[in-house]
Design a protein around this ligand. Structure first.
Ligand code: ADP
Ligand code: MG
Length: 355
């Protein structure tokens, strides 16, 4: 069982400091997802763990051993990239066995591992085809298979599903999760897709501008986001935000009063400006005769099948909520949205941190 530790890791491209002081402790068998927008440093970090990227300072420990300056092939890792990077002239079987041949693994052992990986990934019927004769999803399965045969303690994935269409992406996502359940290897998975992060991860590390914003289980990240960036980045549609001013146990939002007592860990000073976050599913269209809540006008209704997304306007602020598929709300309706008090998130107006 192989854990990975990063200690005070720093990476530079020439004079430019790309990552600095990164500390991360990944226990053996964990599925960890590095989540963040393009350019935040995810691939740089993953490449450093793989040994494809020089490290300016700090240490990388794999299985307790200092691997900071060890050759990539000797780190006991296997990597899957966004571009499948298959050898075009080799068959699937050739692609799966090539790395093992180079490593001088005995032929019967190679055959055994290739058969095992092909079965696990359901690519047995494809073993004699060339990559050009495969669909994108099949190619990515082969690329994953090439990692599986290496029998590595640590798997690194860099946006492996980004080139696939939506249906294949969700199919292969389930495959990857199943693979982790079977192999129980440590998996470090990079993506900008919050749904992949939420569905796959034991633990998510959210990054922005090369800085770790929050680490936590999907549940912690979703239900207790550390700041407005994390709050907005995870969840679809995104969390709604309102400006408020504290008054006792309440916040005044543009003339209307919202109770917030159960949403903050300690009382806030009167007059303090805050940002109030609320997820679409934590607001409800009020149907009583004398409805309470925020007055809004319905802008657009999107039927999603099991529910409807209702996009509303309150002045120039947009607010999204969810309604039952049977709901009759329509564009132009003037309605009120009830907020679930203990599902509110209160953030500092200056730096966006959770209060
Ligand atoms: P991500 O994978 O999260 O999209 P990257 O790790 O690829 O982000 O890039 C992080 C930052 O480092 C970006 O600002 C990018 O422009 C910069 N960068 C990446 N590769 C190089 C390079 N070879 N030389 C200089 N800057 C680079
Ligand atoms: Mg990248």
């Amino acid at each position: 069982m192989t854990g990975v530790q990063l200690r005070n890791l720093g990476i530079r491209y020439g004079q430019v400091e790309v990552l600095k002081g990164i500390d991360l402790d990944i226990p053996a068998s964990e599925f960890i997802v590095l989540l963040g927008p393009s350019g935040c440093g995810k691939s740089t970090l993953l490449n450093a763990i793989a040994g494809l990227q020089d490290v300016a300072e700090g240490q990388i420990l794999i299985g307790g051993h200092d691997m900071t300056s060890v050759e990539p092939k000797n780190r006991g890792i296997a990597m899957v990239f966004q571009s499948y990077a298959l050898y075009p002239r080799m068959t699937v079987r050739g692609n799966l066995s090539f790395g093992l041949k180079v490593a001088k693994v005995a032929k019967p052992e190679i055959e055994k591992r290739v058969a095992h990986a092909a079965k696990m990934l359901q690519i047995e019927p494809l073993l004699d085809r060339k990559p050009s004769e495969l669909s994108g999803g099949q190619r990515q399965r082969v690329a994953i298979g090439r990692a599986v045969v290496r029998d590595a303690g640590v798997f690194l994935f860099d946006e492996p599903l980004s080139n696939l269409d939506a249906q294949l992406r969700s199919d292969l996502r389930v495959e990857i999760k199943r693979l982790h359940q079977r192999l129980k290897s440590t998996m470090i998975y990079v993506t900008h897709d919050q749904i992949e992060a939420m569905t796959l991860a034991d633990r998510i590390v959210v990054m922005k501008d090369r800085v770790i914003q929050q680490q936590g289980t999907p549940d912690e990240i979703y239900n207790r986001p550390a700041n407005t960036f994390v709050a907005r980045f995870v969840g679809s549609p995104a969390m709604n935000f309102l400006n408020g001013v504290i008054r006792g146990n309440e916040a005044v939002v543009d003339g209307e009063v919202v109770r917030i007592a159960s949403a903050v860990s300690s009382p806030l000073a009167d007059g303090r400006k805050v940002i109030i976050g609320i997820r679409p599913e934590d607001m409800a269209v009020q149907t009583d005769a004398t409805p309470q809540g925020l007055a809004v006008e319905v802008d657009v209704v999107e039927p999603m099948g099991p529910e409807k997304l209702v996009w509303c306007k309150r002045g120039d602020i947009g607010l999204s909520t969810k309604a039952a598929s049977s709901s009759s709300v329509k564009s132009g309706d003037k309605i009120r949205l009830g907020l679930t008090e203990d599902r509110l998130h209160i953030f500092d107006v200056e730096n966006g941190t959770r209060l």
